[in-house]
Design a protein around this ligand. Structure first.
Ligand code: TNX
Length: 808
């Protein structure tokens, strides 16, 4: 404890009427054995202490009952008292009275009291005494609210129940907690502009975020793929920009009315969460340009919002004054809806190709003298192009507008390009470098580094076992271990780091349940990074506390991630000897349970202890799932383990290099449609390629089949994988994709025992845009792991042949 805290503590001990400080010698430590205890809280508090109680004194912790009073001595804390009363009423059925003074009997109450001696506005001191009283002291309502959140976490998890639960002893552990946040900005990001989610979903998340002391909700309202905020002045924005139809015929839509937005903002405010809207500019603007093509450089037309992921070349045109008038009008309505101190104006990933060719942009560049400054070293010590300076001009101009309305702007780290707008806060997403550079320029920074795990659209385990994602790797432990400000930087640029945020982009997140799967429990790790002192963090302790926290999430119906069994990543494991080793592991070293009789594993199934050795003639199906300490199972995996004889090689009479390719034009959505495809003539190609000429980026849709032989070098068990729709070997379909959002990251792997030599293959490439991912963005090929190899390698043209008739 530092000096400052100690002083605070003494003052509190001295002033609080509730406390009895006993420094007598014969003391014993009050040990709480039940869960939760004083050490159960996430994020871990700055300091927790058990109570020193004399042996002679009976310990009587507060146990909530219907006579417990909530005492609130300061009217500004009244909403917090009511929040607590509501939580208790819902779970226990007790209608606790809110009083403004202590009850005469001097016990059985929770006191919320204002004091200036607590460290920060968001800080609090919670004293749960051995004489049936609890005191939460804070300087401001937010601190009292966080004290209440800690109090709730000290009660049994049933306190989070949405319905009354009976037969629970609502007992609080005894102890003292002194607490305040490390960072003022503790953020979670939400992206409805790729796949939409409604107001009920948001409110459910706000309830949970508040439990873990998250205080910013970053609402990414606009992007290339959807415009999701109603703007009264421009109703066409949502009429045309809030719906798109993708290549597979699926339609995606959704937007928030202004009434809904007000409802969310108020709901968040009641939980001490600021909602920060993001209106993307000047890039990621395609959904807006659909209804307002005149705000682009080319004038359009644009048929619909972008239907693929990635970065759109058509952006707002900063050469036109009408663009600024539009953006200002939009922001005016945004200011009205969102009282937040910060407004996010995007600024990321803005290609400059249109600006380069646009007479309006070039005129603006000349008028502003940006052409003269281009190529010279700027204030940031770097050289910029005229168009980069135009980006900076745009952001600075919008910043001035926001500042004039009493708001601060946040932008992604690209706003550093061309020089930072004077008072902008930078959100550092492409690693930490942009953030550190901005902090060195004495700008506030929010760290959201994708490299450190804060892009929680990245997968939380092996690609083979997790749902298809955008890629990247972000496990719970990776998020947890981040420290945004190393001690060495604390006095220097570290002072400008105002917090950390986790971003959940929703390109690959198609449902509410999947969103929760991506948020939790990583958001709880984020909460600890943001709130707790770095030296209080402890991965082992966090994992223990998580068990209780996840029980609470269960009461909220949250679909949190449970690590999947990894280690063996194929759906079929072939072997040729007497037996084969089948190892399993998972990212949190949790227990796993399995069956060998094909039945679904339960919590009572055999516990996996060591690599399974499977032998014998009959195939065995291993079904395995991860089991959490609170008794929940991950989805199970099913792995067929099979002794195989080497499949003999084919002996075609004559072959030639290259493979046979056949194309059927059109959209093939089902296996029946694929089976019924009418192909054009056979052609021979040296290697796999699309069914149309190169240079066409996405369409046309088509089904392409390639057939031939693949040369395998040795006898043994081979691994196969592909991101194409199907792969067949020796007449058997061994890989089938197309069941998920998109086929990516070679997620489906399998093995077969094969003799050295030629084996017939058939590769099916089904080219369309599936959930924003054009299949042609994949590697049109398949991958093989040899018996002695360790990695899957793309088949080489030199391995491929096709049969030719002997007399040719
Ligand atoms: C980059 S982060 C983006 C988003 C994508 C995200 C996917 C940022 C400022 N731009 O548009 O959704 O990557 O991970």
């Amino acid at each position: 404890m530092n000096k400052h805290n100690r002083r605070v503590r003494i003052v509190l001990w001295a002033t609080s009427a509730v406390l009895v400080l006993c420094a007598s010698c014969g003391t014993r430590q009050n040990r709480q054995t039940r869960t939760p205890n004083i050490e159960s809280v996430i994020p871990v508090p700055v300091q927790t202490e058990n109570f020193e109680v004399p042996v002679s004194k009976e310990i009587r912790p507060l146990v909530l009952n219907r006579h417990t009073a909530i005492v609130c001595t300061d009217s500004t804390f009244a909403p917090v008292a009511e929040y607590l009363a509501r939580k208790v009423r819902t779970a226990t059925g007790y209608e606790l009275k809110i009083a403004d003074r202590l009850p005469d009997e001097g016990r059985n109450y929770i006191l919320l009291t204002r004091t200036d001696s607590v460290a920060q506005g968001e800080g609090y001191r919670l004293v749960s005494s051995p004489d049936e009283t609890v005191c939460i002291a804070a300087q401001a309502p937010a601190g009292a609210f966080y004290g209440v959140q800690t109090l709730l976490q000290l009660l049994p998890p049933e306190i989070e129940s949405p319905v009354k639960v009976k037969d629970v002893a609502w007992e609080l552990p005894v102890g003292v907690i002194d607490d305040y946040p490390r960072f003022k900005y503790r953020g979670v990001h939400f992206d409805p502009s790729r796949h939409f989610a409604g107001v009920e979903f948001i409110k459910k998340q706000l309830d949970v975020l508040a439990m873990f002391k998250i205080n910013r909700f970053h609402w990414h309202l606009t992007d290339d793929q959807l415009w999701t905020i109603e703007i009264k002045k421009y109703p066409e924005l949502t009429a045309k920009g809030a719906v798109r139809t993708e290549g597979d015929g699926s339609t995606h839509r959704g937007f928030y009315t202004q009434d809904e937005i007000r409802e969310v903002v108020a709901y968040a405010a009641a939980r001490y969460i600021d909602v920060i809207p993001e209106i993307e500019m000047p890039g990621h603007a395609k959904a807006a340009l659909v209804s307002h093509p005149e705000l682009s450089c080319t004038g359009g037309p644009f048929e619909q919002p972008r239907v693929i992921w990635g970065v759109e070349d058509d952006v707002f045109c900063p050469g036109k004054d009408t663009t600024f008038a539009f953006l200002e009008n939009v922001l005016t309505e945004v200011f009205d809806l969102f009282p937040s101190e910060y407004i996010h104006i995007g600024g990321d990933e803005c290609p400059k190709v249109r600006w380069k060719a646009c007479p309006d942009c070039q005129r603006r560049i000349r008028e502003q003298g940006l052409d003269k400054k281009a190529g010279h070293v700027g204030k940031d010590g770097r050289k910029h192009t005229a168009e980069e300076l135009l980006q900076s001009y745009t952001i600075t101009r919008m910043e001035q507008f926001a500042n004039a309305h009493g708001r601060k702007i946040i932008g992604w780290d690209e706003i550093l390009e061309g020089g930072l707008a004077p008072s902008a806060t930078v959100m550092s997403w492409r690693g930490e470098a942009g953030g550190i550079a901005a902090a060195r320029q004495q700008h506030d920074v929010i760290m959201t580094p994708n490299s450190a795990g804060f892009y929680i659209d990245h997968q939380q385990g092996a690609a083979e076992v997790e749902p298809v994602s955008i890629g990247g790797y972000s496990t719970l432990e990776k998020v947890y271990s981040y420290n945004p400000v190393p001690d060495s930087a604390a006095a220097d640029w570290g002072r400008y780091i105002i917090g950390v945020q986790a971003n959940l982009w929703s390109e690959y997140v198609l449902s509410d349940a999947h969103r929760e799967y991506m948020y939790y429990p990583r958001v709880l790790a984020l909460a600890e990074v943001d709130w707790s002192p770095n030296d209080r963090k402890d991965w082992a302790s966090f994992q223990r506390r998580l068990v209780d926290a996840e029980r609470r999430l269960d009461y909220h119906g949250i679909n949190y991630h449970i690590p999947m069994p990894e280690g063996t990543l194929v759906d079929l494991l072939a072997f040729t000897g007497d037996s084969v080793a089948v190892p399993f592991s998972n990212t949190r070293n949790l227990p796993m349970v399995y069956t060998l009789d094909g039945s679904e594993p339960t919590a009572a199934s055999a516990v996996y202890r060591d690599t399974l050795m499977i032998g014998g003639e009959a195939p065995v199906v291993i079904r395995i799932a991860t089991l959490t300490p609170q008794g929940k199972l991950s989805p199970s995996r099913s792995i067929r383990v099979e002794r195989q004889l080497l499949k003999p090689a084919a002996e075609p009479a004559a072959v030639d290099s290259g493979v046979v390719m056949r194309v059927a034009e059109g959209l093939f959505l089902t296996d029946e449609q694929i089976a019924g495809a009418r192909f054009g003539a056979d052609t021979v190609v040296r290697y796999f390629r699309p069914g149309y000429e190169a240079g066409t980026k996405t369409a046309p849709e088509s089904l392409v089949v390639y057939e031939g032989f693949v040369e395998l070098p040795e006898d043994g068990v081979y691994g196969f994988t592909t991101d194409m729709e199907e792969l067949w070997i020796d007449g058997e379909r061994i890989v089938k994709n197309g069941q998920e959002a998109a086929s990516r990251h070679l997620r489906h792997k399998t093995t077969r025992a094969l003799a050295a030599g030629k084996h017939a293959f058939r590769l099916v490439f089904n080219n369309m845009i599936r959930h924003g991912w054009p299949d042609v963005w994949n590697d049109i090929s398949f991958f093989v792991k040899t018996p002695s190899g360790t990695v899957y390698e793309r088949v080489k043209a030199s391995q491929l042949t096709h049969a030719v008739s002997v007399d040719e």
